[in-house]
Write a protein that binds this ligand. Structure first.
Ligand code: ADP
Ligand code: MG
Length: 449
């Protein structure tokens, strides 16, 4: 083995690899890396953050190992050390500008209604919100990048705007940009087409705070994703704040999404869960107050206990009640509310549906015995309701086809899937049958309430 220094080895390897991957990639991925030591056949590389080690491993590890082997005529492994603690404890190198002459940052497309004041705190969002507030106070320091997870309609966008609004209030000259990843992708594509990549980059890299919503849209858009990480790195390295949201939890993500998020994960993560009853009540009260709409407590309670999935549907319900009330002028009662919201609540209801309930109501509808549904008799008058109830069990419960088969007297899961297909087809072909199925679904949901 040739005696060779870590730095030499790395420099040679970079030269070789650059020829293969091109100047731009080399600038992005390899230039920020520093060789620290070569011990026991392992080349230790210092990287500014995990984004680099992941990116290099994913893209170039194989080639790199081959090149290292070639250059040194021996087997060399590589290992990474992330030097990020340093950047995290240091104050921002370039503090948020307080008095630069440029006043309004035209890009910041913030909704003034989405503030911390209008955001109701509950157990489901306490951490996410508290973190957001401290970010608005001192961006780019402790919680960077900040990732917010949570299902649809739970307040992620609201919080991101609130960060932006509060930051602009506390740091009037700060350059804050809220955008969605979709917008980012479109702008990037536009910039590439118009040869305006420089301007695009300059604009994004001049920010003090980048709020980028619904990051999942970047997935599988290789070039845009890479551009995002360029931006991300540039901002992160100059200690600017980055906030990202995603509407899926890591568990629910595809491997590609997980990969994307794992690169941000070493920042700070908070998730927003669906609000509990208490919080739902508080949100409804707050919204009613903002809308100058007086709603009796029993109606608030009714809505809060019926609409459980997300805050957006809560708001939607309130708007419908308000529209109704401004038409009639009379005070709202719970009965009115039940009537006005009956469709919403049927759709929105998140009570679990049980297979027994489905069997009971289908049997009732077709005047058969639930025992028959679980039996093996093959006359048409039994097969149809059996298939209907299997179909409904598939679409209305979260049970697997195996579990459903079991609940139907130990039938095979393929029988269940066959039933499902059969009924799906019939529903498509026959509007009367569709209506019957819809009616059954509504009855089943009502029975579970
Ligand atoms: P997401 O981005 O998570 O899909 P949004 O931020 O768009 O959800 O929220 C949907 C609606 O619900 C918005 O109008 C928002 O103001 C409202 N909302 C969500 N959570 C809260 C909360 N805790 N307090 C007040 N309003 C909320
Ligand atoms: Mg949103």
């Amino acid at each position: 083995m040739k005696i060779i220094e870590a730095t030499d080895l790395w420099t040679q390897a970079v030269e070789r690899l650059s020829l293969e991957i091109g100047e731009e990639n080399s600038e992005l991925w390899l230039k920020p890396v520093e060789a620290m030591s070569l011990e026991g056949g392992v080349l230790l590389l210092k990287v500014p953050n995990k984004f680099f080690s992941d990116g290099i491993k994913e893209r170039y590890q194989k080639r790199l190992l081959a090149i290292l082997r070639d250059v040194s005529s021996s087997d060399i492994g590589i290992d990474f050390r992330v030097e990020r603690d340093l950047t995290r404890v240091l104050p921002p190198s370039d503090p948020v500008p307080e008095a630069s002459p440029q006043s309004d940052f035209a890009l910041s497309d913030l909704n003034p209604r989405y503030t911390f004041e209008s955001f109701v705190i509950g157990e489901s969002n306490r951490l996410a919100r508290a973190t957001a507030e401290s970010i608005a106070k001192s961006p780019g320091t402790q919680y960077n990048p900040y990732v917010i997870y949570g299902g649809v309609g739970l307040g992620k966008t609201h919080i991101m705007h609130a960060i932006g609004n509060a930051m602009r209030r506390q740091h009037p000259k700060a350059r804050v940009l809220y955008t969605t990843s979709e917008q980012f992708v479109n702008e990037y594509i536009g910039a590439v087409q118009n040869n305006a990549l420089e301007a695009f980059r300059a604009r994004y890299r001049s920010l003090d705070c980048l709020l980028i919503d619904d990051i999942q849209f970047l997935i599988a858009k290789e070039r845009s994703e890479q551009e995002f990480f360029h931006t991300f790195n540039a901002l992160f390295d100059s200690r600017k704040q980055i906030v990202v949201s995603s509407d899926r939890s890591p568990k629910e993500m595809s491997p590609l999404e997980q990969r994307l998020i794992s690169r941000l994960e070493w920042g700070f993560i908070a998730d927003i869960k669906p609000p509990d009853l208490e919080t739902r009540i508080a949100i409804l009260r707050k919204k009613a107050e903002i809308e100058h709409f007086s709603v009796p407590d029993d109606v608030i309670l009714y809505v809060a206990s019926s609409v459980k999935t997300n805050v957006r549907s809560l708001e939607g319900s309130l708007i419908r009640l308000k529209a109704f009330q401004s038409m009639t002028g009379a005070p709202l009662s719970v009965d009115d509310a039940r009537d006005i919201l009956k469709d919403t609540i049927t759709v929105d209801d998140s009570n679990p549906v049980r297979i027994e309930t489905i069997q009971r109501l289908v049997a009732l509808k077709y005047s058969v015995d639930t025992k028959d549904l679980k039996g093996h008799q093959r006359t048409a008058s039994i097969t149809l309701p059996r298939q209907v109830s299997m179909y409904l069990s598939c679409v209305m419960t979260d049970q697997s086809s195996t579990d459903i088969g079991r609940a139907f007297g130990g039938k095979d899961h393929s029988t269940v899937l066959h039933a499902r297909k059969k009924i799906e087809k019939k529903v498509e072909e026959d509007p009367f049958f569709l209506e019957l199925i819809n009616k059954l679904q509504a009855d089943i949901k009502a029975a579970e309430r």
